[in-house]
Design a protein around this ligand. Structure first.
Ligand code: SF4
Length: 360
């Protein structure tokens, strides 16, 4: 989610207004209609948090408000679920709306520049009007090929795109993105999804590798090189589509470094990890988190995860430990010491040196 959001919103102008900014993401719940469909193929479900540790609604609000209060140091607030539009029977509405109200009530200079959510889309129908009142910056819907990825159902995927378009048309989000998972045997199906996504007029289509658990970590099931050669197929297939969807490939950082030679260029003066790669027809963007990027995520059991812990599964204690009052503020304020965006003062130059003369 982080890479897609950065790519969708960040440019030199935005980064100049918030040069120390990073991401703050929250897992708002551990509920989703598709639990039984996705099983351990769900990155979030694979963690199997015990009920006793799950954050209550009140705790979610308290932690999120602490994050929002650090808004001047943040570029993005991201709401993940499992399903951010789900709620328990005793809640009046999903907690995301309380957070959106809070964000909208803040002065723009004091809040994170964007508020984004990722969803299966299954419950969007009931919240179109509510989202019109408190719109998201971006709505990210997951559209997958169920038989090969094991994620959701095909019908739900089609529904997600249609509902996402409805929300955008109604003014419930500014931009609409689609995320699709690539496995080692679903290229044709993903290309078919891409055609639909492009023709439908989504703002961005992001392709990420399926991540599978080895018991301790989630590892990508598709190599960076395979993702890049798939990008070339995307380029050929989307040629001739009427709308110009932005295509993002979520590839490992070292693959970006190697592949971004030739005509590729950095998207932003400020960013060392996001490269635009012009193909014959499209400009595909290669995206990877810089090793130093600033990313704090609150897991649904209250553990605070930094970027290098995001792929961990299980319930091992994270390096930062469980949330305590003030801990979000302390982590976000500590980013100031690192330097400007991504902590990458030096990285763009070193990255440029690495790709100089690279063969691709
Ligand atoms: S739809 Fe998404 S959040 Fe829900 S179980 Fe599947 S992968 Fe997990």
């Amino acid at each position: 989610m982080g890479a897609g959001v950065e790519n969708l919103w960040e440019d030199d102008r935005l980064l100049a207004t918030r040069p120390g900014g990073g991401h703050f993401s929250m897992e708002l719940n551990r509920r989703c209609l598709f639990e039984s469909v996705c099983g351990n193929n769900c990155f979030l479900l694979a963690r199997r948090a015990p009920e006793s540790k799950i954050l209550t609604r009140e705790e979610v609000v308290t932690i999120a408000e602490e994050g929002l209060a650090c808004g001047e140091e943040l570029l993005h607030f991201n709401a993940a679920g499992m399903e951010p539009f789900d709620k328990s029977p005793d809640e009046p509405e999903p907690v995301i709306f309380a957070l959106l109200e809070r964000w909208h009530a803040m002065p723009a200079c004091r809040r994170p520049t964007t508020f984004n959510a990722i969803t299966s889309g299954a419950l969007l129908t009931r919240y179109v009007d509510r989202l019109r009142e408190v719109p998201l910056s971006s709505l990210i819907v997951s559209v997958d090929d169920a038989p090969t990825s094991g994620l959701r159902s095909r019908n739900a995927g089609g529904h997600a795109l249609a509902e996402g378009l409805r929300v955008r048309e109604a003014g419930g989000c500014v931009r609409l993105c689609v995320n699709t998972v690539l496995t080692d045997n679903n290229e044709d199906q993903v290309l078919a999804i891409g055609r639909v996504v492009a023709e439908a007029g989504a703002d961005q289509w992001m392709i990420s590798p399926l991540r599978v658990s080895d018991g301790t970590r989630m590892e990508a099931a598709v190599s960076g090189d395979a993702l890049i050669s798939f990008g070339q197929r995307v380029d050929r297939v989307l040629r001739g589509c009427r709308s110009a969807v932005r295509v993002i490939l979520d590839v490992p950082h070292n693959t970006v470094v190697r592949a971004a030679g030739g005509g590729a260029r950095r998207i932003s003066e400020w960013s060392g990890w996001c490269w635009r790669w012009p193909l014959e027809n499209l400009e595909i963007e290669l995206q990877a988190f810089c090793p130093q990027s600033r990313f704090l995520r609150v897991r649904w059991d209250g553990e605070l995860l930094q970027k290098d812990e995001l792929h961990a599964v299980g319930l091992r204690t994270s390096a930062l430990g469980r949330y305590q009052p003030g801990s979000i503020r302390r982590v976000i304020r500590s980013w100031r010491k690192v330097g400007k965006i991504c902590g990458c003062n030096a990285a763009p130059e070193s990255l440029a040196a690495e790709v100089h003369g690279a063969k691709f």
